[in-house]
Design a protein around this ligand. Structure first.
Ligand code: BMA
Length: 398
């Protein structure tokens, strides 16, 4: 009996040590992945700081799924309530919701893809209240020519950026655009008075030449000044502190130095992004792996978070694209697995869509893809605006 008791005491001690070291390990893990990870904006709201911390805690083990305009329309529908093509297939909305505010600077009621800004605002606030992640891109109209983001002749330099920087002939026209952007970002107020945090992703795909802020249309310094001027104006003139900032060039870099050539600075950027449609659609998974590993390394070295900010295969014509092409790249190494989210572009219609809807030949493949233990939808993530010691996504075991 005595020895039996002794045995129990010993077992208890062992269990206690195991439990304690396990807890300590998780805490150390939580600490090491969040270490030094604070929003670049020192005055970021509490909800933004929690969001960043939670993104950092999830990133090493999980990848969240994002979709542009998920709640606004789908391949076969134009207006829905609580509907998304991803939910129609999987039963859950995506975890990350992409929006675009191109057109806000013109005072338009709808964005460049006809999404009403009032509806977008409502949806952004709803996503915030449900604990999901919002990210906003900006296909900005040209403040000098009045034209779209796209330069007509992408091989011919268009000197817009130089003109809208401080001291330039069109600087004030640009600031008026930013005032409109700020107005929208300030209007994302929840009923409790807090502002919905947003990952703002201005001046994206700048390594290409198709937008007026693209590589051949401005010098390295001009691009960096454009980014700095944007952040500075939103933070200091408009006192906006509900934002994380993403830097997201397109493909074309070979190494970290190439990626960082136009990087505006650690004091301005939170998310080390990448837009890459090219690698998989041209049959080069090794390029995607290399690009993801480069951004993951840059993120580690700069104490930031890496994200695959835009991708997809239009119409998903290769029906095992998700499990046989994309997943092996995302799951290639510890570095690729540390990507925080992957965002698929919009489901405009039958001709342009990047996520399947029910009945689509790739629908089953998408379902298989999201069953993977590392892949998270809205139903798997906790409220991203609360503070946790440790996060365990629901329905997913690692
Ligand atoms: C492009 C296409 C266009 C759209 C633009 C901005 O990639 O989807 O149809 O207008 O993005 O969202």
């Amino acid at each position: 009996m005595k020895s039996y008791n002794k045995h129990i005491t010993l077992t208890k001690a062992v269990l206690f040590i195991l439990l304690f070291t396990g807890m300590a390990h998780s805490l150390v893990q939580a600490k090491s992945c969040t270490k030094g990870k604070k929003p670049a904006d020192k005055n970021a709201t509490e909800q933004v700081a929690n969001l960043y911390r939670n993104l950092a805690m999830l990133a090493p083990d999980y990848i969240m799924i994002g979709h542009q305009d998920a709640l606004s329309y789908g391949i076969h529908w134009k207006k829905g309530t609580d509907r998304s093509d991803i939910k129609d297939i999987t039963g859950s909305h995506p975890a990350v919701f992409g929006w675009d505010i191109g057109g806000i600077e013109l005072g338009q009621p709808v964005n460049l893809d006809s999404v009403p800004f009032d509806e977008m605002r409502e949806n952004i606030i709803r996503v915030y209240l449900e604990g999901g992640v919002n990210t906003i891109s900006w296909h900005a109209y040209n403040p000098v020519s009045g034209g779209s983001s796209w330069v007509e002749d992408k091989n011919r330099p268009s000197p817009t950026v130089a003109k809208i920087l401080p001291g330039g002939s069109d600087h004030s026209a640009f600031l008026k655009q930013l005032d409109k952007v700020a107005g929208f970002l300030k209007s994302l107020k929840a009923p409790d008075g807090t502002l919905a945090p947003v990952v703002f992703r201005p001046w994206h795909e700048n390594s290409g030449n198709w937008f007026w802020w693209g590589a051949i249309h401005c010098s390295v310094d001009e691009y960096k000044s454009l980014y700095r001027c944007t952040v500075d104006y939103l933070q200091n003139k408009h006192h906006l502190h509900n934002l994380l900032y993403a830097y997201s060039p397109d493909v074309g870099f070979k190494d970290a130095a190439g990626y960082l050539e136009r990087y505006p600075g650690d004091d301005l950027v939170d998310i080390i992004g990448l837009d890459d449609y090219n690698s998989l659609n041209t049959g080069h998974p090794e390029k995607l792996i290399s690009n993801l590993e480069i951004i993951a390394k840059v993120a580690n070295e700069h104490h930031k978070i890496a994200a695959f900010t835009e991708t997809g295969s239009n119409r998903v014509e290769r029906k095992d694209y998700f499990t046989n092409e994309l997943l092996p790249c995302l799951d290639h190494s510890e570095l690729t697995r540390s990507i925080s989210w992957v965002l698929f572009w919009r489901n405009a219609d039958q001709k342009q869509h990047f996520v399947p809807a029910p009945g689509h030949p790739a629908a089953e493949n998408f379902k298989e893809f999201v069953k993977n233990k590392d892949i998270l939808l809205l139903n798997n993530i906790p409220d991203m605006y609360k503070k946790y010691k440790k996060i365990k996504p629901s329905g997913k075991d690692i």
